[in-house]
Design a protein around this ligand. Structure first.
Ligand SMILES: *Cc1c(COP(=O)(O)O)cnc(C)c1O
Length: 401
């Protein structure tokens, strides 16, 4: 049996829509399908303005340009994230300042943000890990008091909510990803959410190679020209046509992921109640999109042994991230606001289980059975847990699946 970690899901009409795009004769950007994707995201998620991009990374890069950060400026972000969160700001010459995460959600610890603020801080960039919202009310309040901008890395948070508001729609800017490992996909793709009207005009220019072409199309100027910095941040209609086939299935795709998530939670319960591992924590403030199911093991040795055990059975479970503060670039260009014990600890103990739309009941049972067997055969000293999570201050927690 081979159970991959991820299998890109085809909702059904993607190839048809691509054929349509070709037939319409417009396969560059901002045609019918790019507009349809924009409309779905703006209307169904309640986002002020959406600009589709070729990747989540591109959306973060645009956000960094819009924040006007440069050398000497500091950006507060977690170390426990994908490289693009930091790289987008580093490209502008800014310094990433790494702050620790909460032991329950693995999201930026809102209580550690304020102590990390200096007179050089310009931006806070929370990451909604696993599609579970950061404490945005608190983060926005801190940002307001210090005059900072907030860029949400909502790459994993499309169609997830915090206190009724879509992740990505709460900060000044938000970034989505439609990479094939995310919930809604088109191979490579993304979107920038612009929630502050004052940033819309410049965002359109930066996205269109630094030209005022969008204003030209609207008839606001009589010819278009080079007016600002920019790059090629418009996705192809081919990618948008594919993505439209996914976004029109926004709710059903989320429902299926919920089933998979809840099935893992239910069937791993015997191991969880013995304290051998735990799953994701969803605070009451958060309505997740069930982006992933991870488990936290008591220590790194057990995590690695479990991962090897699953591999031997053809089950691909994976871990991430190498914390950015421990990476060569992070050490060279970043700064830590004090030690990051939770980040260091969690990254050694986390394991992501196979999670994709077409994961069958048999496959999921095989994953769970393999995990149960692992713990049955493990030497007794493996059976004691010091995973720290149960002692974590579970503020406002709805479920600990
Ligand atoms: C996937 C991801 C990105 C990057 O998105 P791409 O579309 O692959 O460029 C950025 N940040 C986080 C947290 C992600 O998970």
């Amino acid at each position: 049996m081979k159970i991959p970690f991820n299998k890109p899901f085809i909702a059904g009409k993607e190839l048809y829509y691509i054929a349509q795009a070709v037939a319409f004769g417009n396969i560059a950007g901002d045609g019918v399908y790019t507009k349809q994707c924009t409309r779905i995201l703006e209307e169904q998620l309640g986002i002020h303005r959406v600009l589709m991009t070729p990747s989540g990374t591109a959306a973060l890069e645009m956000a960094a340009i819009l924040c006007e950060v440069g050398p000497g400026d500091e950006v507060i972000l977690p170390s426990y994230t994908f490289v693009s969160t930091a790289n987008a700001f580093v490209r502008q010459g800014a310094t990433p300042v790494f702050v620790d995460i909460r032991p329950d959600t693995l999201n930026l610890d809102e209580n550690l943000i304020e102590p990390a603020i200096t007179d050089r801080t310009k931006v806070i960039c929370p990451v909604h890990y696993a599609g579970i919202g950061c404490e945005m009310d608190r983060i926005m309040e801190i940002a307001k008091r210090h005059g900072l901008l907030v860029v949400e890395d909502a790459a994993q948070g499309v169609n997830a909510f915090y206190r009724g508001r879509a992740l990505g729609s709460i900060g000044h800017l938000g970034a989505y990803s439609f990479h094939e490992t995310k919930n809604y996909i088109c191979g490579e793709g993304g979107a920038l959410c612009i929630n502050d009207e004052r940033l819309v005009r410049r965002a359109e220019i930066i996205r269109d190679k630094g030209t005022n072409r969008q204003q030209f199309f609207r008839g606001a100027v009589d010819k278009y020209t080079w007016v600002d910095v920019g790059s090629s941040y418009v996705p192809s209609e081919i990618a948008s046509a594919f993505l439209f086939g996914q976004l029109e299935m926004l709710a059903p795709i989320s429902r299926r992921r919920r089933e998979i998530f809840e099935s893992y939670a239910k069937h791993l319960e015997p191991l969880i109640s013995k304290g051998l591992l735990r799953g994701p924590v969803i605070p009451r403030s958060s309505k997740t999109n069930y982006h992933m199911y991870y488990v936290l093991l008591p220590d790194q040795r057990i995590r690695d042994a479990l991962m090897d055990h699953l591999r031997e059975l053809g089950i691909m479970a994976v871990f991430h991230y190498v914390p950015l503060h421990a990476s060569p670039m992070g050490k060279k260009l970043g700064r830590c606001d004090g030690p990051l014990p939770v980040t260091d600890d969690m990254s050694g103990r986390l394991l992501r289980l196979p999670f994709y739309h077409e994961l069958t009941r048999n496959e999921q049972t095989a994953v769970v059975d393999a995990m149960v067997a692992f713990f049955k055969n493990a030497p007794p000293d493996n059976a004691k847990t010091n995973n720290g999570v149960d002692r974590a201050p579970n503020r406002d927690v709805k479920s600990v699946p």
